[in-house]
Design a protein around this ligand. Structure first.
Ligand SMILES: [Cu+2]
Length: 164
C-alpha cells in the first residue's frame, strides 16, 4: 500500500488532520493490511484446490471433508475425531453408490465384498485425536467411512473423487 498521491487525490483529508490523527489512521491501515494478509493465507487452503491434505472430521455419525476431490497420486487425509466415541477411517475404491456398499452379517461394510476394493485405514481413532493417513490413489471413485459397528449405516461415509 502507498500513501495517496497529493497531486492526484481529489481531496486531502489527511493534510488537514493532526499528527495524532494521522498516526491513528496509519495504525488502522496496518491492522487492515494484517487482516488482508490473513485472508490471502487462508486462500492457500482453498477448498476447490485439489492438492494438499484433505481434512476429515469424524462425529456421531458423520464424516465431513474439507473437499471431496483429490489429485491422483499421494493423497493425505488429516483425520480429526471430534465425536465422543472412538471411530475409524477406511478408504474404499468403488463405483457403487456411497450408500449401497455390500454389508456383512453385522451390518458393517464387507471389506472383501463385491464391488469394493479396500485401500487402507486408520483404526481406533479416539475422541480428540488427529491422525494422518497417506495413500497412493489412482484416479477413480472412492468412499471413505467409519466401519465400526453400524456407523456406516448411521451415515458415517462420504464419496471422494480422485482425478488425474
Ligand atoms: Cu464410527
Amino acid at each position: 500500500m502507498t500513501d495517496a498521491d497529493p497531486t492526484t487525490a481529489p481531496t486531502r483529508p489527511l493534510a488537514s488532520m493532526s499528527p495524532a490523527g494521522r498516526t491513528t489512521l496509519r495504525a488502522v491501515a496496518v491492522v487492515i493490511l494484517a487482516i488482508a494478509a490473513l485472508a490471502i493465507a487462508a486462500c492457500g487452503s482453498d477448498p476447490a484446490n485439489s492438492s494438499g491434505p484433505v481434512a476429515a472430521t469424524l462425529k456421531e455419525h458423520t464424516v465431513s471433508l474439507s473437499r471431496d476431490t483429490a489429485k491422483a497420486g499421494s493423497v493425505t487425509f488429516q483425520i480429526k475425531n471430534e465425536g465422543a466415541m472412538t471411530h475409524e477411517f477406511v478408504v474404499f475404491k468403488t463405483d457403487l453408490a456411497p450408500d449401497a456398499l455390500p454389508l456383512d452379517e453385522e451390518g458393517a461394510v464387507d471389506e472383501k465384498g463385491e464391488g469394493v476394493e479396500f485401500m487402507d485405514e486408520r483404526e481406533n481413532i479416539k475422541p480428540g485425536d488427529t491422525v494422518a493417513l497417506t495413500l497412493d490413489l489412482p484416479a477413480g471413485n472412492y468412499v471413505v467411512l467409519c466401519n465400526l459397528e453400524d456407523h456406516y449405516k448411521q451415515g458415517m461415509y462420504k464419496a471422494v473423487t480422485v482425478t488425474d
